[in-house]
Each structure stands twice: as C-alpha cells, then as structure tokens.
Design a protein around this ligand. Sequence first.
Ligand code: CP
Ligand code: NVA
Length: 306
Amino acid sequence: EKTIQKRDFLTLLDYSQQEILDLIEDAFKLEENPLQPVLQGKTLAMIFEKSSTRTRVSFETGMLQLGGHALFLSSQDLQLGRGEPVSDTAKVLSGYVDAIMIRTFGHDKIEELAKHASIPVINGLTDLFHPCQALADLKTIYRLKEKFVGVKTAYLGDGNNVAHSLMIAAAKVGMDFSLGCPKGYEPNQDVVEKAQALAAETGAKITITNDPIEAVKDADIIYTDVWASMGQESEQQERLVAFKDFQVNDELVKHAKKDYNFLHCLPAHREEEVTASIIDGEHSAVFEQAENRLHVQKALLVKLLG
Ligand code: CP
Ligand code: NVA
C-alpha cells in the first residue's frame, strides 16, 4: 500500500536544475563512501527488452551497495514478452517490488508502465531518452572541468536518445551544447524546442548544425555515440556512408580546445564513430564516465526510494 505520491525518472525534463545538481553532488559523496545501507529490504525490478552491460551491472551493484536487491528480468522470459499487457505487469510488480527500471523501445511504453505502476519507474533507455546516462555524463564533465557554465560540449553523430538527454542536461545546467549531424539525422524537433526554452532561462547556447567542424570548434568536450542504435541494425550500411564525415578522429579534434576530453556512452565501434587513437588516447575519459553510471544511479535510487 502506497501512501505518498511516487516520483518517476523518465526524462530529465521532469527534474529541476537544483534537483539535478543535488543528484550529482550526492553521487560524488556516494563515490567516496559507497556502502550505505539506506535501502535495506528494498527491491528493484529491472526489465530489459534490449541488451545491456553498464545499465544492468551498475543498477544491480548499486542496489546491493545500498543494502537492497535487484532482479534482472529479461522481457523474453517475462509474460510481458508473451503479450501480457504493460498495465497488468505494472500493477503486479507494484505489489512486490519498490521500483522498476526498464530498458525498452518506444518511449510511450515506459509512460504506460509509469502510469499504471504505483511505484517509481526509472528509464534505463528508450528510443527517445537515456537520462541515467546524461546524469553520469554531467558528473564526468563536472569532475573534468569543475564547472558547467562556460563549458562547451559538442556531440557528433546521430540525433538519438543519448543526444536528446545530453542536450536537455546541458540546457538544465547552463552548459553550451552543439550537435553536429548529417542531414536527415537531426534530433527530435520537440526535444530541441524544449531544450532551447530551458537554455533561454539558464543562459546555455544550443546549436544544431550539419557541419562537423563548426560543431566541435573550441569544444571542451567531444561526445559521440554509435551511428546505428539498437533496433536500427538494418540501416547500418547506409548510416556508415551518411555519417563518415562525423567520425571523431585526430583531424577533427584539432578544432576543439587543446585540453578537450572525449566521452562516449559505450558500447563503441572503433574506426566507425571514433578512431581507436581517440577513444584509447590520453583525452578519453570513457571508463570514468561508465563508472559514473554506478554513482549517479545510486544517488537517484536513494532520492526515489530512500
Ligand atoms: N551506456 C549504456 O547504457 O550501456 P549499456 O547498453 O551497456 O547498458
Ligand atoms: N544510442 C544507443 C545507446 C546505447 C547505450 C542505443 O540506443 O542503442
């Protein structure tokens, strides 16, 4: 039986700047003191309709470090995969566990799940957003640059889920954000408009361009993601052609600041969206970034469940 209003984490759009900054600060504290048994007896159900390494392992480990428990649920093994309605799944799980994390395709599905669940629902990636990733990205950028205002983050490649959440995150904290993508692979217009409205309040500058050099010019952070996301595998060949000028390589990074850092949500495809020289080079912080998934998600779990 739930007495208080539950809070979901479907997109950073639903979180204020202060809440986001507080989560980052809490994540730094949890990194210092990882074992905090504040979620004793609490259980997180983790539904995966797509593959995962980081999201699965960081949430499961995070729950354990907070004294709770996590259940890995592949949709193939759940009745959900045999057609049980999302709404029934939401109501049933609400009677057993304290929160649900889900990785799925359409964002409408997570909204449906959240609507029918009486417990918090956390977005572990949809086709539209990847907010847990963006929290980890912010923590990583803050550790590297010690500020957000005055930092320019350049995202190169597909205007996808990761790009959407990073753009919103930047707009929320007042960080400049430029996105360089080929024509036809622009981010969702509705998301761009929402980010621009937020940016007008925080002073962030948001730029969308089809020119990769303009995008990375004087950037402090260069970020990329795979050119074909999960579910787009059949487009792999045409995307390889369309995105070739957007590869992060030694030539392109010359246009960024000398002390730029490279980020990637991972998994990466070397010599496609990024060369090995960059992702394995001295400017890369991708493994710190991956580790930060653990710290920020623990902060989030404490906020939603503690
Ligand atoms: N970055 C990320 O979400 O990784 P996984 O797909 O391995 O969870
Ligand atoms: N854009 C990628 C991110 C994976 C973490 C995808 O959706 O597959």
